[in-house]
Write a protein that binds this ligand. Sequence first.
Ligand SMILES: N[C@@H](CCC(=O)N[C@@H](CS)C(=O)NCC(=O)O)C(=O)O
Length: 337
Amino acid sequence: MGRMIDGVWVTETQIAADPDGAWRRAPSVLRDWVTRDGTRASDGLPGAIASDVYPAEAGRYHLYGAINCPWAHRTALVRVVMGLEDVIGLSTCAPRLTDQGWVFDAVSGFTDHLCGSAALHELYHRSDPGYSGRATTPVLWDRHREKIVSNESADIVRMLATQFGTFASQDAPDLYPCDLRDEIDALSSEIHDRLNNGVYRAGFAGTQEAYEGATRDVFAMLDALEARLGSVAGRAGHATDTPGPFLHGSSLTETDLRLFPTLARFDVAYHSAFKCNLRRLTDYPHLWGYAKRLYRHDGVAATADFDIYRRGYHSPSAKRNPLGIVPIGPQLDWATP
Ligand SMILES: N[C@@H](CCC(=O)N[C@@H](CS)C(=O)NCC(=O)O)C(=O)O
């Protein structure tokens, strides 16, 4: 692993926990926007944090991700669910972090077929030769200006869900409908803090106390989601009396696509590699059924690779898995309803 300092890659040997033992995710710093017409005022986007805006165009933008990265996964999911595969290109880094961070590897088929980079940090440098910060996936790249538009997955999800409507498939869902926006924002943010990022706080914790706090958060959130999916009461205030099949009722939304990557990795990776082991996803009947339903949604299965998750999260790590031994299970049946 490493980071960029003044445009130069510097290797690091360990992920640092804070002195209190808690692990804190560094905030994303590249947060410009693609908007429908290239203007700042665009429906669906949060306040004007962007210093620059770009117009939505077919063939102009390219996503960089990694199969094992859950943040990249959510952007890949929105891309397929909206039918934007021919509009926004995709290059995938090799599914392992090296001392050069994320790298490409032609031999195993993970190439940057747009810019021909050997490592993702080269793109950060190309975008801004003075960049300082982490070189994370996902990245939304503008081919015209040769710049990174954004390296924040939540923003990329929102842009793809709301600003590319002209180019999306005719039956693309409205992933951020006006009447559910407050509810979507509130639930997505809670899931982010307690679960999406909670598993990392558990896995990278530097003390017993920090680990226990994070793990209890993870399971409190899973318990709440199980109850929500299983009862009408969980959706109080929403104008439907039919539970599910999605978190906000009958239609698929951003929140579902932000949750799925964490559920997909839970039993094969987080349960053992991050010690999130009070329960398994398969112990939650509603959540497990819901996760499998999402998996069967058009295009979703092709974005998931459980074997890569299992091997990636159990790769050698001085702190968590010094011998690099990879568990052989569990074997899960995602395909059967
Ligand atoms: N806030 C970012 C976080 C992305 C992130 O942490 N990605 C991880 C991979 S799962 C990464 O690239 N880590 C490398 C690093 O931190 O140097 C987002 O949601 O887009």
